[in-house]
Design a protein around this ligand. Sequence first.
Ligand code: PEP
Ligand code: MN
Length: 333
Amino acid sequence: MIIVIRRDARDEDVLPLMEHLRGRGLILQEIVGESTRMIGLAGDTSSLPEETLLSHRCVEKVTRIQEPYKLVGRKFHPEDSVVDVAGKKIGGGYFSVIAGPCSVESEEQILSIAREVKDSGAGFLRGGAFKPRTSPYAFMGLGLDGLELLKIAKQKTGLPIVTEIMSSEHLDAFAQDVDVIQIGARNMQNFTLLREVGALKKTVLLKRGMSSTLDELLMAAEYLAAAGTSQIIFCERGIRTFETATRNTLDISAVPVLKSKSHLPVVVDPSHATGYWQLVSSMSLAAVAAGADGLIIEVHNRPEAALCDGAQSITPIVFHQLMGKIAQVRAAI
Ligand code: PEP
Ligand code: MN
């Protein structure tokens, strides 16, 4: 970290600041030029907020060199992490597809979709039991009953389950029954929830907030890691832009950017990113070509009757065809 000192700063303001920084165990190197005075800081500056330094009247500017995400950053962990869920792996060369409906609707629905996506090669079953909906009058999911249906589908197919947690009141149920706990886009910066879910030490699928930067996503993952879990998967699910042709704009560059900054695996959600089933296959292939470690895709056996996100859900037949194309692209790259 480099601190630029104001030209008109007095020693009696600067010296106490330097003393304070040394007291935090940092090594200081002062550079005094004709018109500039700077202090270089070496050591762990991750818990030193820029705004605290800027509140000192003698400080003009602060430049961070070291990323504030130590646990999820690549710097201290150069190799790719492999997330392992009961033998199913994602990251470090392992690729897996998470597939299933937006929401669990009935036993017949979740079982039939689970069987079909498994037959086509999916590694995990997704399905929302607790749904974050924009309208308070929309279908909110089956709640704990939905979780029970996911458990039945897991028992019958062997597919581990991925489902979203929305409230800490369900931590115990998720700790017991869910293989991969999803933190949705709307909760990416729910810091209390991140801490509580991280402390469960389970696998977490962390979705990017719809207006969040990649640095904010990395810091959200740092919350999870600092709370105790090392099994974290990033999910790029599209961000808000001025474009209205799609539900969100898929930021495909998030894949190589996140992978350069972090050792954790990255999956892409082409369903929420685009909002239209017709765009899901091409965006899935683009994500694979960009180096994604996996995909999370909404599949419904009757999209026209889906209680949530039918327009972006592909049918099991389209999913089957897509899995064939994904294998071809993976082989090509
Ligand atoms: C979902 O996966 O069903 C979902 C609600 O996703 P997101 O949080 O990305 O909107
Ligand atoms: Mn959905």
